[in-house]
Every structure is written in C-alpha cells, then in structure tokens.
Design a protein around this ligand. Structure first.
Ligand code: PEP
Length: 265
C-alpha cells in the first residue's frame, strides 16, 4: 500500500436535513460499513456535519459505535466565545462535541451575508479553540461565465485565510466549491477544479510558506457522488471532497469506498 502525501478528507455537509431522530437513525444506518472501511485504510478521515441541533445525537451515535477517523463537524459557528448573540453557537460550544467546523459555505455567504472578513474571524476563532476549520471558497456562476475565477479566488484566499498562527496553519482545510456546481448536478471537471486548487495552494504558499502549503488539504465540492468521486480523487491536487446532497444518503458510504479504492492504487 502506498502512503499518500496528504490524508484524504471526505466531509458530509448535511445542510438543513435530519433533526435529532432522523440524524440518529441515519448515522446508525451508515456507521457499520463506514467504520469498516476507514478501519481498513488509515489515510482517510470522514467528517459528518449535521445541523447544529443534531450534533449531540450524532455524537452519541458515534460514541456508541466508536471508529477511528470518523469525526463530527458543525456547519457554522460565531467567532465570539459567549454573549448576547441570539441564535448563534460559539467555538467553545462546538468544541464540546466536534473536531471541525465548516465556515463560509456559499449558502452562508449568499443567504446570510457572510463576508470574507467574517469568515476569517470565524476561522481564526476555530483555530484558537482547536477546531479544524473547513473554509469554503468558490466563484459564482456569473463570475465563472465572465472568466473571473482566478480574481475571485485570489481575493477570497487573501481575505478569508489571512492571519492564521503559524503553528496551527496545518489544521486548516480549504474546500474549493464553485457555486455553479453546488446542488446542480453539474460538477466541475477534475482538471478544471485541479487547476483552481493548484492556484489556491500557490497563494497559500505565498502567505504561509511552501511547507504549510504542501500539507494543506484542499477539497473539491460541488455535485460529488459515487459516480464521479473516483475521477476527483485520482487528481493529484485534490485531497478529498465536501459532499452536500449525497452525504444524506447511503451513497456517502460508497463515496468513501471509492475514495479508498483510488487511493490504494
Ligand atoms: C455543498 O453543499 O457543500 C455541496 C457541495 O453540495 P452538493 O454536493 O449537493 O453539490
């Protein structure tokens, strides 16, 4: 078995699906096979990201059937530690249950007005509290059509990913998610995604040095299913996937299975 340079990450963003009861039953449904797969292959990490209200239920299911490298992540959090921020959850609250948190998802940016500056504050707060931030960036359909992808990515990397402490930068995960590919069934091509991911890695190297950039995990996200995951994983610059729609179906397990199959080759 060859050892990959970077451990792959397959993260499932359940979005606003599955309250505590359904989250529990779905976790119990997928966990035996998922656990068996990750036990057989040490270079993969799976992160389940249910809605905030279901985090405890999924944590309990994971504690009942513990497997290494199946972790829990939140879909969002605020950067302040406590206070009068109705409806928000803090990094310390998330840390009680989770090891990771998705930040700056395009749906947060589009529907809830999140800016790069806010995403950056959240990512820094996550690092401070030992949470692995999965920071999402990506161009929208108009920017894509106008050939502005590189410009948008440069801006987002510079402003969402700045001022990270050097000793924690290795915990950062970036998800490149072209917005036109999210939930549309029209995934990017692995070559197209790989090109943008190479640019992200270069920009990160300018900010944090080439060693930090070489260990940085950059995931692809956008209409990933078990039918196309193999092509993405086979691309040397793509370190895994952030999966939306397919993560709330048993197909998620098949995505992990196919990822392992490709990585083993
Ligand atoms: C996402 O929500 O991060 C995502 C990539 O969604 P989908 O896989 O459904 O395109």
């Amino acid at each position: 078995m060859t050892t990959p340079t970077r451990t792959a990450i397959i993260a499932g963003n359940w979005k606003m699906h599955y309250g505590p009861s359904l989250a529990t039953s779905f976790t119990h449904e997928i966990l035996p096979r998922l656990g068996e797969l990750v036990q057989q292959y040490p270079h993969i990490l799976c992160i389940l990201c249910p809605p905030a209200i279901s985090l405890l239920a999924v944590r309990e299911a994971l504690v009942a059937q513990p497997f290494p490298r199946i972790e829990l992540g939140a879909q969002n959090m605020y950067f302040e530690e406590k206070g009068a921020f109705t409806g928000e959850i803090s990094p310390t609250m998330v840390r009680e249950l989770c090891s990771a948190v998705i930040l700056g998802h395009s749906e947060r940016r589009t529907y809830f007005g999140e800016t790069d500056e806010l995403v950056n504050k959240k990512a820094r707060a996550a690092l401070k509290h030992n949470l692995r931030p999965i920071v999402c960036i990506g161009e929208n359909p108009e920017e894509h059509e106008a050939g502005m992808t590189e410009q948008v990515i440069r801006f987002q990397v510079q402003y969402s990913l700045s001022h990270f402490p050097a000793q924690q930068v290795k915990e950062v995960v970036i998800a490149y998610e072209p917005i036109w590919a999210i939930g549309t069934g029209k995934a990017a091509t692995p070559a197209g995604a790989g090109q943008v991911i190479q640019l992200i890695r270069q920009l990160f190297a300018h900010m944090y040095g080439s060693e930090a950039a070489s260990t940085l995990r950059i995931l692809y996200g956008g209409s990933v299913t078990s039918d196309n995951i193999s092509e993405f994983i086979a691309h040397p610059d793509i370190d895994g996937a952030l999966v939306g729609g397919a993560s709330i179906k048993p197909d998620f397990v098949e995505i992990v299975h196919k990822t392992i199959e490709v990585m083993r080759q």
